[in-house]
Ligand binder design. Sequence first.
Ligand code: SF4
Length: 623
Amino acid sequence: MRLLLINPRFPESWFSSKWALSELLPNKRAINPPLGLATLAALSPPNWEVEIVDENIEPIPLEPRADLIGICGMGVQFPRQKELLAYYRGRGHYVIAGGSYASLCPEQYTTLADTVVAGEAEYIWKEFCRDFEQGAPKPLYHETGTVALTDSPTPRFDLLKLKRYTYASLQFSRGCPFRCEFCDIIIMFGRKPRVKSLEQVGRELDELRRFKVDNVFFVDDNLIGNLPVAKKLLQFLKEYQEKHNYWFSFGTEASLNMAQHKDLLQLFREANFGWVFIGIESVDPASLKETLKTQNLHEDILTSIRRIYSYGIDIMGGFIIGFDHDTLDTFEQQYRFITDAGIGYAVIGLLSALPKTPLFDRLKKDGRLSTLEDAHENTRPSTNVIPKSMPYEAMVDGYISLYRRLLTDREIALRIRNKLRYLRTPIYSSGYSTREGLGITWRLIWKGILRGGPRRLWYFLSTLFPLAPSRLPTVISDWIVGLTMLEFAERRLTVEQVEASSLEQRVDSVRSAIGGYLADGKVTLKFRQTGAPDLAVCLKDQLDRPFFKRAAPGLERLLKHTRASVTLRVDALHAHQLDHFQGLLRRLSRYGDRVHIVVDERLRALVPIDSSVFNLVLARSAD
Ligand code: SF4
């Protein structure tokens, strides 16, 4: 039996780190691998041949050799997951839908997949495999009981291309004892954390060492959900590290109450956890109480942050705006806090109501859910929540202005200096060798700092002097984070609304550059201004090199600093034109998520499209 497991492409977001990955870390393509699929592979019968394709680092196969295809997905991946399910099903494959969104809303998949696997897979996946081999798979396998994580196998790390990710993933626990109103984790995994045994963790770490991986992200939603057990884990990791000469650098997600336990923080430090992602959400106690995030109310949050820093643990912070108590003053509060706390990686989101959460139910009852927006939409500043204490448009404007303010060179430098006052130097290394570190630093200076002009150089230098060499990795990594977020914001968030007439002008310049080809009917152009502006370019006949050279600058200009997209439809292309076509794609790759490519069925084998870079359209309606 041949099983193909696919992780669909994520829409680009703050978490994608596209600039850093493409410019500074040339061998890496994504942050972390699809651990769930590697676990599913390990649960499959040993005689099954399993392949994992992650569309975030590689193209999907259009003609796979597979008897069945499993496609996972979180809410943000749902549109692409649907498209892939339809494509492979349309080609006669048996398709299975799974992942966190299918677990939360299995009813949404009934017509999309042959089988839906909803909930934790450890028991039900084996049942499905048995039924499938016997020719009687059911349409739905829904785990409603409790899964013991001690029954979870070591993931098939050998099936992941681990070198292409910045971190390998490892999971110790599922579930979180808290009850934040907006959270869907506790709906899926419950409020009683369940854990793997320390022997299991040791086996997984041994396996990762075998693959020479040294940066590991514990992907638990809250690693300290069960405090006594978390301490045992950290003690175990500390001893493991001592035994293996501090092979690993760890990072994880945890709740802010970690700051209240100095012995826990010391263990984090000694186990070499260099960073932790914390859901801070708000600094306003009224908003925290409203959303039931009481674990953030133990003390002044800045005090907690600085205590965590004092153990050499860096902090990435999650923030939310749009609680009922939030007003237009909240933006200033968030700005002040993020700056004083020196949080470089501050991911701010607008409060969204995810299906099945208490927040969703409450707002639905109050008639405050917008049907115009999708809760999972993270490609533009929007939310399905109708705010209570400020107008929607003012909230979105305030959100964009906050990011504009935080992402100037001056502010990036200020946050770094504020952090360095409190962040103690970690005991052990960052996970990069000296050679790798120098290479990254050089590329940052060349491609990021110097390109920003003398002002940026001045602010960069202001974070370097006076500085002990041991603090350099923190400064470099915070500049990388800052510039990566800035680049994303410039392309996706703070981009000015370009006048319709200016877009028309840009389209006209494309039109005049390739006028002869248009007149000959070898190419057609169609510009649509309604909704999101899109220029459809259809290649209908033989095209020579000058065509691609003439078209590229205009198309690039249309995409740059606008929200426009380009749909490239390839109806005809000959083998000798392929290099020219790929040259055009290279020019447009920076905007790949806004370049939709439709390749005629007959040409799909000839024209390979990297669907991890471009949006390769598979929907039949687009054919
Ligand atoms: S602490 Fe995090 S995982 Fe736990 S309930 Fe709150 S948001 Fe969810």
